[in-house]
Write a protein that binds this ligand. Structure first.
Ligand SMILES: CC(C)(COP(=O)(O)OP(=O)(O)OC[C@H]1O[C@@H](n2cnc3c(N)ncnc32)[C@H](O)[C@@H]1OP(=O)(O)O)[C@@H](O)C(=O)NCCC(=O)NCCSC(=O)C[C@H](O)C(=O)O
Ligand SMILES: [Mg+2]
Length: 353
C-alpha cells in the first residue's frame, strides 16, 4: 500500500496527475459490443446518441481467433467516431491471458486520448489494480496524454469479493466496480448455469398451515446477488467510486432484467450493462429516478429549510436523514437532466403536478 502522501503522485515521470475525485458522468447503460463485428460496429454512430457509455469488449464473448480483429476494430472506431457526450470504455482481456498486455500497448498510444475507462475483468485484489495503474501511467507518459485513463474492476471471483474493499481503494484511478455474476457463480461453485438474474430454486417458503405440509404454502424467490451487490456498494461508497450491476443474459426477459436492475438501483448502483440494444432503454429508465420520486425529493428538501429538525409531510416524518436521502435523488436527477432533455422535461412537469 502506498503511503497517503504518495497516493496522488503520478506513477511514471510525465504521466498525468491522478484525479482526486471521480467525476460523476451519467453511466446508466454500459453498452457492450464487439468492435470486430461489422454489424455491431456499424451501429456505433447511432448508439453514441442513445447510451451513456460504449464498451468495446475485448474479453469474454470475443473468440480467441478474433481478439486482434476486435482490438483493431476498437482502434478504428476510437479514431473515427465523435462520441459527443457519450463515453468510450473498453473491457480488456484478463491479466493472466495472452492478450492483456497487447490490449493496453495498442489502445493507449492509439486512442488513449479518447478512452475514458479501462474495465479490468477478474480482479482478485489490489495487486491487480496496482499492475494496471503503473502500466497505464507509463503508457500515458509515453503517449503524452494530459488526463489519466480511469480503471473499473469487475468483481467476479470469490477472492475478488473477499477483497472488494481493498480493490475499491487501490488507486486514485478507480472509477467503479461491476458485479460479474456469471464468472462469480462458477468461481463459487454455484449451480445456476445462467448469466445473472434470479433462479426459481432459490426461495423461502411460508410455514405449514396444517397437517399436510404440501398445501397452502407460498414461496418467494430470493435475490441471489443481494449480498454481493450490497458489499460492492458499501466498498464503492466508502471509497468515493461508483457501483454497477453487471449483465443480465436472458435478453428476451425484459421484465426480469428490469427487476434485477431496479434492485441494484435501489441498493445504490448507478448503472448496469446492456448486452443487446433492447436492454439500453431498460437501464436508462431504471437508473434514472422516476419523476414522482424526484418531485417528492425536491419537496422534502424545500420544506426542510436548513435541513435540521423535523417536519411532517403527508403524514410522514422528515428529518436530517430523509433530507439527505432526498438530496441523493435530487442531485442525481439534476446530473442526468443536464445530459437528457427528455428527462429534464419530465422532471419539470412532475414538479408542477
Ligand atoms: C447476445 C447477442 C449474441 C445476440 O445477438 P443477435 O443474435 O445478433 O441478436 P439480434 O438478432 O436480436 O440483433 C439485432 C441486431 O442488433 C445487433 N446487435 C446485437 N447485439 C448488439 C450489441 N450488443 N451492440 C450493437 N448491436 C448489437 C445485431 O448485430 C443485429 O444487427 P442487424 O442484423 O444489422 O439488425 C449479442 O447481442 C451480443 O453478442 N451481445 C454482447 C454479448 C457480450 O458482450 N457478452 C459479454 C458480456 S457478459 C459477460 O462477459 C459475463 C460477465 O463477465 C460475468 O462474468 O458475469
Ligand atoms: Mg466474466
Amino acid at each position: 500500500m502506498r503511503s497517503p502522501k504518495d497516493f496522488f503522485r503520478p506513477l511514471a515521470l510525465g504521466a498525468p496527475q491522478p484525479v482526486r475525485e471521480i467525476p460523476f458522468r451519467p453511466s446508466r447503460a454500459l453498452h457492450f459490443f464487439d468492435p470486430g463485428n461489422p454489424k455491431m460496429a456499424a451501429k456505433v454512430p447511432d448508439l453514441v446518441t442513445q447510451v451513456d457509455v460504449l464498451v468495446g469488449n475485448l474479453e469474454d464473448a470475443i473468440p480467441a481467433d478474433r481478439k486482434e480483429v476486435a482490438r483493431n476494430g476498437l482502434v478504428e472506431i476510437g479514431e473515427n467516431t465523435d462520441f459527443g457526450d457519450a463515453q468510450l470504455w473498453t473491457r480488456m482481456n484478463s491479466l493472466d491471458s495472452p492478450w492483456a498486455l497487447d490490449d493496453l500497448l495498442t489502445l493507449v498510444p492509439a486512442i488513449g486520448h479518447k478512452l475514458d475507462v479501462v474495465i479490468v475483468p477478474k480482479v482478485e485484489g489490489a495487486q491487480d489494480i496496482h499492475y494496471v495503474d503503473r502500466l497505464l501511467a507509463q503508457l500515458e507518459a509515453k503517449a503524452g496524454l494530459d488526463r489519466p485513463i480511469l480503471v473499473h474492476a469487475i468483481v467476479e471471483t470469490a477472492t475478488g469479493v473477499a477483497n472488494v474493499e481493498e480493490i475499491a481503494g487501490a488507486s486514485p484511478r478507480m472509477q467503479g466496480i461491476s458485479l460479474g455474476p456469471a464468472d462469480l457463480a462458477a468461481s463459487r461453485r454455484m449451480k445456476t448455469t445462467r448469466v445473472g438474474g434470479g433462479h426459481p430454486g432459490y426461495l423461502v417458503r411460508t410455514d405449514p398451515v396444517g397437517e399436510d405440509i404440501t398445501v397452502g404454502r407460498q414461496t418467494f424467490q430470493q435475490d441471489l446477488w443481494h449480498y454481493t451487490v450490497a458489499r460492492m456498494v458499501d466498498a464503492c461508497a466508502a471509497n468515493g467510486i461508483l457501483p454497477y450491476y453487471g449483465p443480465f443474459g436472458d435478453i428476451r426477459d425484459t421484465v426480469g432484467c428490469e427487476d434485477q436492475f431496479r434492485n441494484a438501483f435501489l441498493l445504490g448502483c448507478v448503472g448496469a450493462w446492456s448486452l443487446h440494444p433492447a436492454q439500453i432503454k431498460i437501464a436508462k429508465k431504471v437508473f434514472s429516478p422516476s419523476p414522482e420520486d424526484v418531485a417528492w425529493a425536491r419537496r422534502v428538501i424545500r420544506e426542510m429549510g436548513d435541513g435540521t429538525g423535523t417536519v411532517m409531510i403527508d403524514g410522514k416524518m422528515q428529518d436530517d436523514a430523509t433530507v439527505k436521502q432526498c438530496r441523493v435523488v435530487a442531485e442525481l436527477a439534476d446530473q442526468l437532466a443536464a445530459r437528457d432533455p427528455e428527462l429534464a422535461e419530465a422532471y419539470a412537469l412532475a414538479e408542477k403536478d
